[in-house]
Design a protein. Structure first.
Length: 213
């Protein structure tokens, strides 16, 4: 019979094996980075089968090649803009749902954000964001206000509503609302319909990003 110590060691080894089963070190967590936002559902399924860094390296090389030589530069600009203009608290804007939206689609046709507690506007934008996200300079009163970080009203937590509209996307026009905690910066779709819209547009944008096969 196995001793209690042997059973403990066996259980520990099993747990460790399950954590490192994928064998990923250098590419562990890559699928959650802005570079991977453009993965289609099919590519997500393929990534789920990756078992080693060597396989992951080949996958990423192929993934980037399919999106053409201009992809890295475009991604860099959009990530920088999301971090600069959509960061709330200490969470970088590029690591949020709202950041993923503008990284995938580029500058929106219009944008506004306000705190839900009293609906007082933080800023409204009908062109400033477009310039900022494509490398242009934002004028005074533009996106800079959204990087102020957390705000509070009477000591209570405040939710910040981000409203994006796109006249055209690979899935058609888009009007969507994203809610964010004004302290942590963590966000989510405002409602079920917003969630459905985002799922559809993310997949369409991912497919549209493929330039070569």
């Amino acid at each position: 019979m196995r001793t209690a110590r042997q059973l403990f060691v066996a259980a520990l080894l099993l747990c460790t094996a399950s954590v490192y089963a994928d064998g990923l070190v250098n590419f562990k967590g890559w699928d959650a980075t802005p570079q991977a936002y453009f993965m289609t559902k099919a590519e997500h399924q393929e990534w789920a089968t990756i078992q080693s860094d060597d396989e992951a390296h080949k996958f990423v090389e192929s993934y980037l090649a399919r999106r053409g030589p201009g992809f890295p530069a475009m991604l860099e600009v959009r990530v920088a803009a999301a971090d600069k203009h959509l960061t709330v608290g200490k969470l970088p804007g590029s690591q949020t749902l709202r950041g993923k939206l503008v990284i995938l689609l580029g500058p929106p046709s219009s944008f506004e954000a306000h705190d839900v507690a009293d609906y007082s506007p933080i800023h409204r934008d009908n062109g400033v964001m477009a310039g900022a996200l494509t490398g242009g300079s934002a004028n005074s009163g533009g996106f800079d206000e959204s990087s102020e970080g957390a705000r509070s009203m009477g000591g209570a937590n405040v939710s910040r509503l981000f409203h994006f509209t796109y006249a055209s996307t690979p899935a058609g026009p888009l009007d969507v609302n994203i809610m964010a905690d004004a302290n942590s910066g963590k966000d989510h779709p405002r409602g079920r319909e917003d969630d459905k819209r985002l799922d559809a547009v993310f997949e369409a944008a991912a497919k549209a990003s493929i330039k070569t096969k």
